[in-house]
Design a protein around this ligand. Structure first.
Ligand code: UP5
Ligand code: MG
Length: 215
């Protein structure tokens, strides 16, 4: 995707930091299409005829990172679909509600949540899909994330919202995903927000960062 046609913001943070919650709140204000790598993987896992169903299920339960080519292909497809849908909007066709974004500057704006979380993903996406505009990093302690995930686990139905899987997700985050954040920090691309505050306060802090870039 050419840098003139799409703008990507990566939203990173530990398991339960609030990536999904915050992305949903930003979609309308800034005309983003929100793509959660985890949600795309869970959808692919359930898709009838998917050859990766079992592999994805096993990786998610163990808190391991699914091989990058699977996730990047899913993201690339979802981006392409949203861009095509936008073209159809302009020519008056009906498109799914979630793809009706307000891409006022003629660019596709994407919030990509929970990706990249391993160095190979970061480098390959940057080189073969596009460079992100910046990286929003939601900082949150494990104690708070654990409380949130256990609470959510009572109703979420997610196979990884149990204490055992959560511990593995935390370990993967520290060992594998934090190096990605550090990599972007060295490039001066990271905007960090404290996500232990209330949902509203976190959104407000993110808005401040967004407004500098997307007035
Ligand atoms: N909540 C949120 N914000 C709150 C706040 N400020 N105050 C109080 N409560 C707050 O939030 C989690 C819970 O906390 C919710 O109940 C919410 O109401 C509450 P949420 O917004 O869902 O947090 P999020 O950061 O999105 O947490 P999530 O569990 O989705 O994070 P993960 O990063 O663990 O999950 P993801 O879906 O991204 O990935 C799952 C798995 O997929 C990975 O472990 C991995 O196995 C696989 N994966 C890959 O292999 N490759 C990828 O590239 C991506 C994923
Ligand atoms: Mg999420």
């Amino acid at each position: 995707f050419s840098q003139e046609k799409v703008t990507v913001v990566f939203v990173l943070g530990g398991p339960g930091a609030g990536k999904g919650t915050q992305c949903e709140r930003l979609v309308n204000d800034y005309g983003f299409v929100h793509l959660s790598a985890g949600d795309l993987l869970r959808a692919e896992q359930k898709r009838e005829g998917s050859e990766y169903g079992q592999l994805i299920a096993d990786h998610i339960k163990e808190g391991k990172i699914v091989p990058q080519e699977i996730t990047i292909a899913l993201l690339r497809n979802a981006m392409k679909q949203a861009i095509d849908a936008q073209g159809k909007t302009l020519s008056g066709h009906d498109v799914p509600q979630q793809h009706k974004s307000k891409w006022t500057d003629g660019k596709g704006r994407f919030l990509i949540d929970g990706f990249p979380r391993k160095m190979d993903q970061a480098i390959i996406f940057d080189e073969t899909v596009c460079l992100s505009r910046f990286v929003l990093f939601l900082q949150c302690s494990e104690k708070v994330m654990l409380e949130r995930l256990l609470e959510r686990g009572k109703t979420s139905g997610r196979t990884d919202d149990n204490e055992e899987s959560i511990k593995k997700r935390f370990q993967t985050f520290v060992d594998t995903s934090m190096p990605v954040v550090e990599y972007y920090r060295k490039q001066d691309r990271v905007v960090e927000v404290d996500s232990e505050q209330s949902v509203e306060q976190v959104t407000e802090a993110i808005r401040k960062a967004m407004n500098d870039t997307f007035a």
